[in-house]
Design a protein around this ligand. Structure first.
Ligand SMILES: [Zn+2]
Length: 300
């Protein structure tokens, strides 16, 4: 059923996915990435269950061996315990830990009241974990509601993705600033810009990572942000045959190797928090609404 819906969404979206025309418009006042890098590469992971959790360290090691750092978004009250040992290990190794939803059961964005009721618990975990970033389950997003979270950045949106239950994208391959409201501070929004692994390999049944490569090339040429969201739960280690609900991590290795070979020295691999902190530092003091880099209006 999901695959049938996906093929229908695919047919309807050939002009707007995986590349959305116009999403490469630079933010006003944009002066490029640090150290003259051509584009940014941000790797993020949402850990959905026990299987994913058991693969976190090995995946981080794999990325490290290829010269990359990433973030792992963990569910505070889901089917596993995000131990302080694991969180400490990740940050010690130069990776980042983010908060992924609260229960991951679809209830967070059911209504404004639901969100408001759960927000204090999310803030408690952010503080306890020393985390500064958030991503909602199922990519539900409402940038006004997210104001209630004590975050430096949110990563629950995407440039274009017709396959999500809430398919409205933010239409940009750049980070953007979301103004504070009602006495709450603003935050940086980091949309993902490459199709999610689960959509690519499980839903659309792609056999290679060529869709990622093509989009990467397109973003690199325009100097945007490559932001990938992957799920260790669905990515089987190279020495294990993938089940029907998994894809081989060799696709991911191939993709990272492609970046290294084709763009050596030209990209800024950065964790989302570091990127958000840098982006914020580019904003004029006081974050006046008329400032450059602030003009992207928030969606949803
Ligand atoms: Zn999730």
């Amino acid at each position: 059923m999901r695959r049938w819906l996906a093929s229908r969404a695919l047919r309807r979206s050939t002009d707007t996915w995986p590349i959305l025309p116009g999403s490469d418009k630079e933010p006003e006042g944009w002066s490029g990435w640090p150290e003259g890098k051509q584009f940014a590469v941000v790797l993020t992971h949402d850990v959905e269950g026990q299987t994913g959790l058991s693969r976190v360290k090995r995946l981080a090691e794999l990325e490290k061996n290829l010269g990359f750092r990433s973030s792992f978004n963990l569910i505070p009250e889901g089917e596993y315990t995000a131990s302080s040992e694991l969180r400490g290990w990740l940050t010690q190794e130069g990776f980042e830990v983010g908060v992924h939803d609260l229960h991951h059961d679809g209830s967070l964005f059911r209504s404004y009241d639901d969100f408001r009721r759960q927000a204090p618990s999310i803030n408690r975990y952010l503080k306890e974990w020393g985390a500064t970033g958030f991503r909602a389950g199922f990519m539900f997003h409402n940038l006004d509601w997210i104001q209630q979270l004590d975050v430096d950045y949110d990563a629950s949106t995407f440039d274009t993705d017709p396959f999500e239950p809430q398919p409205e994208g933010v239409g940009t391959i750049y980070p953007f600033w979301v103004d504070g409201k009602n006495g709450r501070p603003g935050y940086v929004e980091l949309p993902y810009t490459l199709v999610q692994d689960s959509t690519l390999f499980l839903l659309l049944q792609e056999q290679t990572c060529s869709v990622w490569q093509r989009k990467l090339d397109w973003i690199a040429e325009r100097g945007g942000m490559v932001l990938l969201n992957l799920h260790p739960d669905y990515m089987s280690p190279a020495n294990e045959a993938p089940s029907p609900r998994e894809f081989s991590n060799l696709h991911y290795v191939e993709f990272l190797s492609y970046i290294n070979q084709r763009y050596s020295g030209k990209f800024w691999n950065v964790t989302p928090w570091e990127l958000a902190r840098w982006y914020r530092s580019q904003l004029p003091q006081g974050n006046a609404p008329s400032s450059p880099l602030l003009t992207k209006t928030s969606a949803g």
